[in-house]
Design a protein around this ligand. Structure first.
Ligand SMILES: [Zn+2]
Length: 362
């Protein structure tokens, strides 16, 4: 499926444009017959169209960031659904619909989310929750460290089994430390937050699963590293790191799983089939896990999470339109955010998403 603005102002739109009726006696509203026509009007407008009903500035900034996330996610998911035979096909479609409709009703902006890890919209929400929960805890740790545990890169075929090996090795080390602590309370437990990340290297077409942790104790982190190297003879010594942690490294850890853009790539590119391989390998697995009495709070209830903003003084339904990169008021044709993708984002979305790395990448 393609979803791009082609030359000459024509559009390839995935869903049929909705005919919108004008309400009687609302002459101040702009008359529209279809979204594509409205978008041509918006693109031709000079000076740019001014929003009639504006959101409060704090809310607007937030919803604009959401528009950016939605714009990128829709573009990536539009390709992910084309990966042949992927068991995640249906889940990708869920993300295609994620927050496609935003209602403002009863003073609140409300939307429905897919809660999938490849969805940038939902990852932003989840990341904010994790930061809120853990950053205050991390700030109380005086000697906290940022730990990286890796294995050599592997193929897509071996990715899932490599992750299983990493998890069971980590669990064994943690249980040993816990048992030692139970026998002798002067020993230290493994206290921290662990994140599983997988990146793709397009030059070598290999996958790099690794753990990042923020840990309370440097001594325990050093023990963890030693035992890790003891279990995995092929793990490279220098790639297992224990570094000082600051607010930035804590925030980095809290970022929820997905890096859609390939690492090591000379150009900013998103490779869809490798992404699908990664998401299949981690499907149904927890990527964020807390240890040693740190608690991972349950996600917010649907009701809480669905509310994007409160005290909004308008009642309307907005529908996402990928070419406009915005939600459009179905009655008035107004844009919700007036988000404008910058050049880098447009290039990434329109030309940077490929099914697999091309020869020119390497
Ligand atoms: Zn989502």
């Amino acid at each position: 499926m393609t979803l791009t603005a082609s030359g000459g102002g024509s559009f390839a739109v995935s869903s049929p444009s909705r005919k919108t009726q004008n309400r009687a006696g609302t002459s101040s509203y702009i008359s529209i017959t279809s979204f594509p026509q409205r978008i041509r009007e918006l693109q031709a407008a000079n000076p740019p169209v001014k929003l009639i009903q504006t959101l409060p500035s704090g809310v607007l900034e937030n919803v604009k960031k959401r528009a950016r996330a939605k714009y990128l996610t829709r573009a990536v998911v539009s390709k992910l659904v084309d990966v042949k035979g992927s068991p995640l096909h249906k889940a990708y479609w869920n993300s295609w619909h994620c927050s496609s409709i935003i209602y403002s009703h009863g003073g609140k902006l409300v939307s429905k989310y897919c809660k999938q890890r490849w969805c940038v919209v939902c990852s932003r929400v989840r990341t904010a929750q994790i930061i809120k929960q853990y950053l205050p805890v991390f700030r109380k740790w005086d000697d906290k460290v940022f730990v990286t545990l890796t294995l050599p890169n592997c193929s897509a075929q071996d990715l899932q089994s490599t992750i299983v090996r990493m998890k069971s090795a980590f669990d064994k080390i943690r249980k040993d430390l816990d048992n030692a602590y139970r026998r002798d309370k002067t020993r230290e437990r493994l206290v921290g937050l662990r994140k599983l990340e997988v990146t793709f290297n397009p030059d070598k077409e290999s996958y790099h699963p690794h753990f990042h942790l923020i840990m309370e104790s440097r001594a325990v982190a050093n023990t963890l590293r030693e035992r890790w190297l003891g279990i995995f003879q092929d793990a490279i010594w220098g790639a297992q790191r224990v570094q000082d942690a600051d607010d930035n490294s804590c925030l980095e850890l809290c970022k929820y799983f997905t890096k859609l853009i390939s690492s090591h790539s000379k150009t900013r590119e998103i490779h869809v089939e490798p992404l699908d391989a990664i998401f299949q390998a981690v499907s149904g697995q927890r990527t964020m896990q807390a240890f040693g009495g740190l608690r991972v709070e349950k996600e917010l209830s649907d009701d809480e999470a669905d509310v994007l903003a409160s005290d909004i003084g308008l009642d309307a339904v907005y529908e996402w339109h990928q070419v406009a990169a915005d939600w459009i008021n179905q009655e008035t044709g107004e844009l919700l955010t007036n988000y404008q993708p910058d050049t880098a984002m447009r290039q990434l979305v329109e030309r940077g998403i490929t099914m697999r790395p091309t020869a020119s990448t390497g």
